[in-house]
Design a protein around this ligand. Structure first.
Ligand SMILES: *Cc1c(COP(=O)(O)O)cnc(C)c1O
Length: 393
């Protein structure tokens, strides 16, 4: 395969060369003054991108997003408690599976069909039954490209459900979708490095609200496995923020340096502009694929995520065949985790730009054409171009 290609899957995604270069720098001692400063700055900048103050704790672990899923929940449970999981797809289902391994009662609210979502009203009705210690929601389910409403859910949980912690899986949304952790009343938020944060895979990142910290005192991380014990990790993070060396398990030094670099680029762009860019690019892309007769899985524009789009393929096209044609055109897109559904997914997050969107749209048209689908070449491109131009891109 060519070394130069477009990685348009929903994570890992496109990375800035300056971020990648951090991985080739001579590794610093994790207890050196230089690295402690980088770690401190990284923790502080992580607060900025989700709009929280210093009363919120930030934790960086070596591991993938799934580690963050497990850490963000198992530290906050006590035996026999009731938890509510909202699922709009594969990653919501993963949370059900994960929590089922622990001594809690797992109640589930599932979207009626893929591409749909559980509405906030329905979630609030369920919460009114009372007694939930945690509710978990996936902000963007990467398997369907569906975005969950969070703003009013969070505000209602804060107002009426003091006993409940709102846990948000932001792996496919943080730094790509609008998300205001404090304002929206989110108690526990987590992400992974390889999605909209624009850093290669390997870091799990968590943010905890003061309310989450209170609960942590009560649970004492009793059901969190050894490496995932947040009570230990918080001490390490606090030491770094006091510019003191500390150790529990070795941090992923170069990945944290890459994250530090990426956060600087993110803050330089500005969060509002970054959210706006993701919104416009994804809207132009969805309009393009719809104009050539393909169906987007998200039921409507309001549900559609800005970071990933799931698209149904024509019945007579095999997904593997399609992915291979795309790859021949140097664009890598992904299949989906549902083997019975003939669809593919495109990630458009992080440093993605209008050129990437157009190249992807063009490759989709030529791949379908090659596979014998009668489409008018240039129609999707034209639609995408028009929206991009109208939006000043
Ligand atoms: C990718 C993803 C995960 C899992 O992250 P890994 O890094 O693959 O472990 C969890 N939730 C969502 C929404 C994701 O997109």
């Amino acid at each position: 395969m060519n070394e130069r290609f477009l990685l348009m899957i929903p994570g890992p995604t496109i990375f800035e060369p300056s971020v990648l270069r951090e991985l080739s720098i001579t590794t610093l001692s994790h207890t050196s003054k230089e690295f402690i400063q980088i770690f401190d700055e990284t923790l502080k900048n992580l607060r900025k991108i989700v709009f929280v103050d210093e009363n919120y704790k930030t934790i960086i672990l070596a591991g993938s997003g799934t580690l963050a899923m497990e850490t963000s929940t198992t530290n906050f449970i006590k035996s026999g408690e009731k938890v509510l999981v909202v699922s709009n797809g594969y990653f919501g289902d993963r949370m059900i599976e994960l929590l089922s391994k622990y001594p809690v009662k797992v109640d589930v609210l599932k979207a009626e069909e893929l591409g749909s979502r559980v509405e906030t009203e329905k979630i609030l009705e369920k919460l009114d039954e009372g007694g939930y210690s945690l509710i978990t929601v996936t902000h963007v389910d990467t398997s369907t490209g569906v975005k969950q409403e969070l703003k009013s859910l969070g505000k209602e949980v804060r107002k009426h459900h003091d006993e409940t912690l709102l846990v948000v899986d932001g792996v496919c949304s943080v730094a790509g979708e609008e998300l205001y952790m404090k304002d929206w009343g989110i108690d526990i938020l987590f992400t992974g490095s390889q999605k909209a944060l624009g850093v290669p895979p390997g870091l799990a990142i968590l943010w905890l609200s003061p309310k989450a910290m209170e609960k942590l005192k009560e649970t004492k991380s009793a059901y969190a496995p050894y490496y995932m014990d947040l009570n230990r990790w918080i001490k390490v993070m606090e030491a770094y923020e006091e510019l003191k060396p500390s150790y529990f398990a070795t941090p992923a030094v170069n990945l944290i340096m890459a994250l530090n670099k990426s956060l600087k680029l993110i803050l330089e762009e500005g969060m509002e502009r970054r959210f706006g860019r993701h919104k416009i690019l994804s809207k132009a892309f969805r309009a393009g694929v719809k104009s050539i007769g393909l169906n987007v899985m998200a039921k409507n524009e309001d549900y559609a995520a800005s970071t990933v789009t799931a698209i149904h393929l024509p019945q007579n096209i095999e997904v593997q065949q399609f992915l291979a044609e795309m790859q021949r055109r140097n664009v890598i897109v992904a299949g989906g985790p549902y083997p019975n559904i003939n669809y593919f997914r495109v990630g458009h997050m992080g440093p993605v730009n209008a050129n990437d969107i157009l190249a992807t749209m063009g490759a989709i048209e030529r791949s379908l054409h090659k596979l014998g689908i009668p489409i008018e070449l240039g129609k999707g491109l034209s639609e995408t171009q028009n929206i991009l131009a109208n939006e000043g891109k």
